[in-house]
Each structure stands twice: as C-alpha cells, then as structure tokens.
Design a protein around this ligand. Structure first.
Ligand code: MLT
Length: 330
C-alpha cells in the first residue's frame, strides 16, 4: 500500500515535470529569438558564400528582431562547417548556409561525419550563381584556344586554385581538367576569397570562381575570363563566351545555395527563419546586388524545406556519377 502511494506520487512528479518542460519549450519557441543568431559559412570571409551570407544576414536579422552574426568556419571544402552544424544544439541559434558542396561532398569523401539527407533541417534554397574560368592578368593566353595550347605545352607547371575537396571551385576546375584530359597542379585555399587575392597578385595561374565576387575584376581587366560555365552568355559580361560554345559541350555548373539548421530544430522556429529568409530575398537592395552579379534568386516556392530537400537529393544523384566518371579525386 505504502509502495503504491509512493509510486503514484513519483508518477505525478514526473508528469508535472514533463508538463513544465513542454510548456517551457513551447514558450521558448514562441519567444525565439531572444539573442543573436549565428549564421555559419563554410568558407573564408570575402568569398562568394560569405558575400551572400552577409547580404541576407542583415535583413534576416531585421525581420527576426535579433542580429544574425556570420561565423566563417572554413576548411576541407566546407565539410568542417557541415560537421559543426550537424552537431550544434538544435535551438535555432545556429543556422547554416552552404552551396551545392552539400551534394557533391558525398561523392568526394569516403566517409563524412554527417549525412546531408538526415543530419539537418531544411529551410530553403537561396540563389543560383554562375561561374567563370579565370586566369591571372599576365598569363600568356588571351582566349580559350590559346589557354588550351598553353596548358598542353606546360602541363603540371600550370597552377589552379580551389577551395578544397567539396568546394565548387575544385569541382569546376577538375571537371575542366578532366574534359581536356590534363592534370594541373591544384592548390587548395580556405575559400575562393583568398584564392582570388592570389590570382590578382599573380601567385596562381587559374581559378574557376563564382560571379558573386568576380565581375568587377573581369570588367576592369585585372583577371582574364576564358569562359562561363553557363549555356548562355552572361548579361554582365557579354563578351565572355561560354565554355560550351568554345568546345566543352554541355559544360554547365550553376552554384545553388541552401539554408539549413541542425536536425531537431523545432518547427515553429524553422518557420520563423524561413519567413525571414523570404523577406530578405525580397529586399530591393539584396535583389539589386544579386542581379548585378547575374545571380538568380530562386522562385519563392523553392525557398522552402521541400524545395531545398528535394533539390539536394536530386543534385546528389546528378553529381555522384559525374564525379566518379571524371575520376575526382584521383
Ligand atoms: C567560397 O565561398 O569561398 C566558395 O564558395 C568556395 C568554393 O566552393 O569554391
């Protein structure tokens, strides 16, 4: 009898505690955010991903009533940051922007400490960014044909920068080398921000980089543009031919981006982040800045968990075979 009473009292205490916990969690979700939110960027500051992150961070913060602070966690082509975010507390105070490296890393690494399809919550796609094959200003080649001849004559003496395995600069660079049937000396950086600095300084010969940061340098002749990775020429640089039209048929790399949160982040919090992201992408300043770099903001129905998750899944299926066929990495 005494045992029964104690048991019932114990159950009542547990039930009370769990009701309190549920109500505390509900009110935490309702009040969220009450402090700064960290937006993790998997590459160095000053590069394309960082630029997009900083563009959306300010209006997202305004929409949420708290500052969205960009934190750069570069290294290993973005996989260090992905691992960190997958292991972060799912409380809405850590969110993550990554590009299509989220889909390609699977095929580039034997084993990742996270699974792109199960370790995250999906908030929405952001924007699609074209790439351009660039050379340093004093490279003795002025067009794609001359570049090809220069590469064939100099082979591995030619250096090509990238942001590590999993980075789109690496993917683009290695696909380019695979299409020409050559292997250059590939030099990894912590992002294409520092890689572009070295290209401008003439320390490295080639870099495949996104238009987010390259258009002004192409326009003022501080780097040479040998071809775009798009099927059509880009309005901002109409004199630069596509790689496709110069013989690399079907050479297309468009860098899509997504915003994620750690798995288990509560749905009401994800909904608030999604609404803030949509608002940010509709800000006139953000639209203009992206348009000027020939970056396409995705249609609003893709700024959704479903839009991002299904795109990620289809991109894993697209890039896996391409990477294996191109023998990347060798
Ligand atoms: C960056 O932000 O540095 C780039 O997106 C890296 C890359 O993937 O090439």
């Amino acid at each position: 009898m005494k045992f029964k009473k104690t048991l019932f009292a114990g159950i009542a205490v547990i039930a009370g505690a769990s009701a309190l916990l549920t109500s505390n969690m509900a009110s935490a979700q309702k009040d969220w955010p009450t402090k700064n939110i960290q937006l993790v960027v998997p590459f160095a500051a000053g590069g394309p991903t960082d630029t997009i992150a900083r563009l959306i961070a300010v209006p997202m913060g305004q929409a949420l009533g708290q500052t969205v602070v960009v934190e750069n966690v570069p290294g290993a082509g973005g996989t260090i940051a992905s691992t960190k975010v997958a292991r972060a507390a799912p409380d809405g105070y850590t969110i993550y922007i990554h590009h299509m490296g989220m889909a390609t890393a699977n095929a580039l690494y034997d084993k990742l400490p996270y699974d792109p399809m199960t370790s995250f919550e999906y908030i929405g796609q952001v924007a699609d960014v074209p790439m351009v094959l660039l050379g340093k200003k004093d490279l003795p080649a002025n067009n794609f044909k001359e570049l090809e001849a220069y590469i064939r004559a100099n082979g591995s003496k030619v250096t090509m920068a990238n942001a590590g395995p999993g980075a789109v600069s690496q993917l683009c660079g290695l696909l380019f080398q695979s299409r020409l049937g050559v292997r250059l000396t590939n030099i990894p950086y912590k992002g294409t921000g520092p890689a572009l600095t070295d290209l401008l300084g003439g320390q490295v010969d080639l870099l495949c980089d996104q238009t987010t940061q390259t258009i002004p340098y192409i326009k003022d002749g501080r780097v040479k543009a040998f071809g775009t990775t798009t099927m059509k020429r880009l309005p901002a640089i109409p004199n630069v031919p596509t790689l496709n039209e110069q013989g690399l048929k079907g050479f297309e790399v468009k860098v899509w981006h997504g915003v994620y949160a750690p798995k288990g982040t509560p749905q009401p919090v994800l909904d608030k982040i999604n609404a803030a992201l949509k608002k940010a992408l509709n800000t006139p300043d953000v639209k203009k800045r992206l348009e000027d770099s020939n970056i396409d903001i995705v249609p609003m129905d893709k700024v959704s968990a479903k839009g991002l998750k299904s795109h990620l899944e289809s991109e894993i299926n697209v890039w896996g075979p391409v990477i294996r066929k191109a023998n990347i990495p060798d």
